[in-house]
Structure formats: C-alpha cells, structure tokens
Design a protein around this ligand. Structure first.
Ligand SMILES: Nc1nc2c(ncn2[C@@H]2O[C@H](COP(=O)(O)OP(=O)(O)OP(=O)(O)O)[C@@H](O)[C@H]2O)c(=O)[nH]1
Ligand SMILES: [Mg+2]
Length: 249
C-alpha cells in the first residue's frame, strides 16, 4: 500500500486541532500527519502534542521559530515528506475549511493523476458561508491566473491538493518563495509547466468558523502583480514546453 502524508501548516489554530484530527482519523486512518507550526502563541502545539503522544509513529510536528509564511511552511513539509520516502502528499488547512471527508476520494484519485486539485470551481464544488465579495475575489483570482498563465486550471488558489511524490520531486522547491494565494498558484503552474497532468476533484469549501484568518487585502493586491511576475519567470525558465492536461478518472 502506498504511504500518504497529510501536511497541515498551523498558526494559532488551537481550537481547530482536535476537531480536525478526529476527522482525519475517521476518514483516513492509515495516513500520517505532519503539522508545520510557526511558534503559535496559543496552545496549538500542546493540542498537537496530545495526538503525537497517542500515535508517535503517525503524527509529527515541525516547529519553526516564528511566523515565516504559508508557502515556506509547505516547502518545509514537502521536503520532509520526500526525505522520508512518502509516496504521496496531501496539503490542507487546519481551520476546517477543508473537510477531511474528501480525503479518501482525493487519495484514491492520486493513483491516476500526479496532481489532484481540490476544486471549488468544477461541477459539484462550491463555497459555504462566504460573503459575496469573498466569492468574487476568489473567482476572479482563479480566472486571472488562468488567463495570465495560460493554463487550464479552474481553481488555482485553493490549498487542498494532493501530490504524487514524483511530481514534487521534479519541482525546484528551493526556488519557490511565494506565499499565500500565489504559493498555491505557483505550485500548480510549475507542475503543469513541467508536463504533469491534473485532476480537479469537487470540494465544498466552508469558511472558517473558529480562529482568525491570516489573509488580508494586501495579500490580494500583492497576488495580482506577483502572478504577472510568475508568468515572466516561468516563461524564462521553461520555454514553450507541452503543459500538463486535465484528466478525468
Ligand atoms: N506554519 C504556518 N501556517 C500558517 C501561516 N499562515 C497561515 N497558516 C496556516 O495556513 C492555513 C491557511 O491559513 P488561513 O488563515 O486559514 O488562510 P485562508 O484559508 O486563505 O483564509 P481564510 O479563508 O480567511 O481562513 C491555516 O491552517 C493557518 O493556520 C504561517 O505563516 N505559518
Ligand atoms: Mg482558511
């Protein structure tokens, strides 16, 4: 059986950890879980430690010195997974926006596709409890990235995705410095530009109920110009190669 690691970056998520872990243990009991925590000032680390104490071979934490950003937290986790020989990786948020109920199907889809994107913008997907403005910004973000990068992904900005280890191995992880939404866009764009096919699996994204969002309007404005620079960067690095295609299952 192939081994799967679920990577979860955390910053001040103490009230979400046990709900999330209960969901993961119910839906994906054979998966390992790695938290990458950026020195949360609440009791997040203590909450995680309770699960590590119960399953020290299956639940892990990497503690970083301070809030260094979502993108570098994932890069740290991806390298950790590759060094330990996991076959596939799932990335998801701690705030219960990404429902563990989708894990079995997303993990199964990774058998057929090197990249599985949890997608709000394919049939069956969507968002719950989002304001109209949040919906517009998110939709616009993915359409903008699709047009600028000329790649056919419908949900570019989502952070609930699965990766075959071989896909991650072939990406220049040390060169990926972006954060937040742009990190999610850059990872997908790089995988497609490296020729990997993708599957978009429909998910309903639920707005966080507990804890504070770390996103701000500044991050949205930053994303707009960073996607433009990403386009130039990818064009310079990879030329006009064949890109990955959408695959059904
Ligand atoms: N390690 C680490 N985790 C982070 C950092 N920033 C955010 N996170 C985590 O990354 C995940 C996504 O962050 P959110 O604040 O929920 O961002 P978002 O989902 O885009 O925004 P909302 O939809 O408003 O919640 C959560 O699990 C956070 O705890 C960071 O700097 N370091
Ligand atoms: Mg969130």
């Amino acid at each position: 059986m192939s081994s799967t690691l679920i990577i979860i970056p955390t910053y001040n998520e103490c009230d979400n950890i046990s709900l999330l872990m209960n969901g993961i243990e119910a839906q994906a009991p054979s998966c390992s879980v790695l938290f990458v925590d950026d020195n949360s000032s609440d009791s997040t680390q203590e909450e995680i430690q309770r699960f590590i104490d119960a399953k020290p071979d299956q639940v892990f934490i990497e503690k970083r010195s301070g809030k260094l950003g979502l993108g570098t937290a994932y890069i740290h986790g991806f390298k950790w997974a590759l060094n330990r020989g996991f076959d596939q990786v799932i990335q998801m948020d701690a705030d219960l926006s990404h429902d563990p109920k989708y894990l079995p199907k997303m993990i199964a889809a990774l058998k057929a596709a090197p990249l599985v994107i949890g997608s709000r913008y394919v049939a069956g997907g969507g968002t719950k409890n989002w304001s109209a403005i949040r919906k517009v910004i998110s939709r616009f973000g993915s359409i903008y990235a699709r047009i600028i990068l000329q790649l056919p992904v419908k949900d570019f900005t989502g952070g609930f995705n699965g990766w075959q280890a071989a896909t991650l191995k072939s990406l220049p992880l040390d060169e990926i410095k972006s954060n937040g939404y742009v990190f999610q866009i850059e990872m997908k764009a790089r995988a497609l530009r490296a020729g990997f096919n993708f599957h978009e699996y429909p998910i309903i994204f639920v707005d966080r109920q507990i804890g504070q969002s770390k996103m701000s309007s500044g991050i949205v404005y930053e994303a707009i110009w960073r996607v433009l620079t990403l386009r130039l960067k990818l064009a310079a690095v990879q030329g006009k190669k064949i890109t990955g295609r959408r695959v059904g299952l």
